[in-house]
Every structure is written in C-alpha cells, then in structure tokens.
Ligand binder design. Structure first.
Ligand code: CP
Length: 319
C-alpha cells in the first residue's frame, strides 16, 4: 500500500483485503472497556474539510484519538483562506507545524492528489467532488463482510454471487463510484438503478430504470442520497415521481427478502429515497455502517502511519 489512500483503484484488491483484516483488529480494540491503544502516539493527523461532514469527520477524529494520535481540525470558515491565502500556502503552512497525515474532503475532484503534490505527509481522501470516497467503500465492504459472515481476507474468500442494487443519483455520487469499484473487486454483481439523467455519461455497469425490476432478486439494497446541492438543473421531474420509481416505500420494503441488507451512506433524505423508517427494517445495517467507519478509519491510519506490527495494537494506553 502507498503512503496515501486516494482511491479504491489505487488501493487495489490486495490493499482492500488487507485493510479489512486490520479492521478486525480495530473492532476488537473498540470492544474493549477502554478502546484506546498507543499505536500512533507522537503522530499528528489533520482534518481539512472544505465540505460539510458529520460521519467522516467525526469518525476520522475518533479513529485518530483511539490510536493515540494528536489531531488538528482545520476550520475553513475561520481560516486565512478567507483573507485570500491560497490552498497551497495553507497546506504548506499546516504541514510546517508537523503533520503526518492530512484527511481531506473537497468539492473539487482531484483535490487530494493535488494536495499530495505539496506535502510529504500521507493524504487520505475523505471525499472529492463527484469522484471518490474510498473509506466509505471500505466501511461498506467491512459491513457486508461482517453482517453476512463472509470470510473475505488476504487469504481468500469473495463476494461471488452477491447481487447488489445501487439505487439513485449515481451521477453525483462519489460513494457510488468507490463502493461499486470495491464490490466488483471482491466479486459481487452490481446493478445501477437510476434514471438516465442521474447516470454518468459513460460507464460499463448494468443499468435498470426502475427498482421494481430488481427488488425480488437482490441480496443488498444500497440507497444513495439525492444530492440536490450538486444539481444545477432539474434532473428529475419531481421528487414524488423519483420516490415512486426508485424510493424504498412501505410496499417495496414488504417485498424485500428476509436476507436482504439495506444500506445507505448517509445523510439520508427521509421521504425521498428512504420512504420508510429504516429502524423498522430487519435488514438495515445503516447504523453498523457508521460504527464500522471508526474501525476501518483506524485501520487506514494505522496502515499509513503505524509500525505495521500487530503488537502495537495490543496494549491499552495508561491515560
Ligand atoms: N457518508 C458520508 O460521507 O457522510 P458525511 O458526509 O456525514 O461524512
């Protein structure tokens, strides 16, 4: 694995499997009464979020702290960017304070690669534009592996035979791209369920234009958020019509097989793509996705910044 995590494609299948294995160790740490180990003592992780986030930002901060790293949180709205300082000068200034890893979210696709040109610190892509969100894909794979008890690791195993429907606004979704890529690396069959107007211009995925066409034949229903803030034009005639064709309504929830996992990266639009109470869906693993976000982000930080020795995961800190 390189010293940065920018995309699932660059991570590759072996790196993906390795991070799933390390996430198991982190899950064990997180089950302890004092879920903290000294693995990254002396390291500093800086969160640089140019777009809003609840799950990713908080789970990276929690992950770093549970590994005993120091954390810095860069607040765009209170920074000298507002006085005209460039992104490059900002990054180089923060790096000069002694940072081992930048965790960056940015509205522009490619921003994490650009940041990597300006710093020798590790760079972790926490979501760039419509492009990639590799740690979301990792937590999704870890959640499926755990929920279905599939022994996927560096030693073998796969998601062969798993049928995944990824539903909704694919065009604007970095989650759809990264999570589809990860599912396919592990052998799952992915179908995109989306109106034509919400598909990327080029792709080689199977596509259907109505959730009813696949709902009886899937193992995983992955609902995507309608990203209204990224749409500069009306790409669906009306949200009610969208829900009628693509939303998880009570009627469709009743049709779901008992074994089907329901996933959503959050934040969800209740009444649009999620037109039922997800808490009442027996197959919902949406909360597990959030919990596993800490496990996999600890694994990523440990892999990039740690010694690589599992021994450093065994001790509790004395604090
Ligand atoms: N899934 C996800 O990236 O959520 P946040 O935007 O809250 O981080």
């Amino acid at each position: 694995m390189s010293r940065s995590l920018l995309s699932i494609a660059e991570l590759g299948e072996t790196g993906l499997r390795r991070l799933l294995d390390i996430s198991d160790h982190m899950a064990e740490v997180n089950r302890r009464p004092n879920p903290k180990v000294p693995a990254l003592r002396g390291k500093t992780v800086c969160n640089v979020f140019f777009e809003d986030s609840t799950r990713t930002r908080l789970s990276f901060e929690t992950a770093a702290k549970r590994l005993s790293a120091d954390t810095m949180n860069f607040s765009v709205s209170q920074s000298s960017l507002n006085k005209g300082e460039s992104l490059r000068d900002t990054v180089e200034t923060i790096a000069a304070m002694g940072v081992d890893a930048f965790v960056i979210r940015h509205g522009s696709s490619g921003a994490p690669w650009q940041l990597g040109e300006w710093t020798s610190a590790s760079v972790i892509n926490a979501g760039d534009g419509w492009h990639a969100h590799p740690t979301q894909a990792l937590l999704d794979m870890y959640t499926v592996r755990t929920a279905l008890n599939r022994p996927v690791s560096v030693d073998g195993g796969s998601f062969d035979g798993l049928r995944v429907a990824m539903v909704g606004d694919i065009k604007h979704s970095r989650v759809a791209r990264s999570t589809t890529e990860a599912f396919k690396l592990l052998g799952a069959d992915v179908t995109w369920v989306s109106p034509k107007t919400l598909l990327p211009p080029t792709h080689d995925e199977n596509v259907v234009a109505n959730l009813d066409q696949v709902i009886d034949d899937i193992d995983i229903l992955y609902l995507l958020r309608m990203q209204n803030e990224r749409m500069s034009e009306a790409l669906v005639p009306h949200l009610r019509e969208y829900t009628a064709r693509f939303g998880l309504t009570p009627e469709r929830a009743a049709r779901l097989g008992q074994h089907v996992l329901v996933m959503h990266p959050g934040p969800m639009n209740r009444g649009v793509e999620m037109a039922v109470d997800p808490g009442e869906l027996p197959g919902s693993v949406i909360n597990q996705q959030v919990t596993n976000g800490i496990n996999v982000r600890m694994a990523v930080l440990f892999e990039l910044l740690g010694s690589g020795s599992e021994n450093s995961l065994t001790g509790n800190t004395e604090s």
